[in-house]
Write a protein that binds this ligand. Structure first.
Ligand code: SF4
Length: 67
């Protein structure tokens, strides 16, 4: 299973929130936070594009071992 992470290097540009509301939302401080953690296979390509485009390099997709 893969897990979406937004680190604290987010600069709050809003790109991910605007382009992918399913996975990202703004927190109270105006930075991005993850709305849906689990990466659905069909969305992976779009999310990888965002990983590339994020100006703060704050978006990560991490492999999570299943118990
Ligand atoms: S694209 Fe990156 S820098 Fe911009 S709001 Fe999303 S996580 Fe933050």
């Amino acid at each position: 299973m893969e897990k979406l992470v937004v680190t604290d290097s987010c600069i709050g540009c809003g790109l991910c929130v605007q382009s992918c509301e399913k996975y990202f939302e703004f927190n109270d401080d105006g930075f991005s936070q993850v709305k849906q953690e689990v990466v659905d296979e069909e969305d992976k390509k779009e999310l990888l594009n965002l990983v590339e485009s994020c100006p703060g390099q704050a978006i990560l997709i991490e492999e999570e071992k299943e118990a």
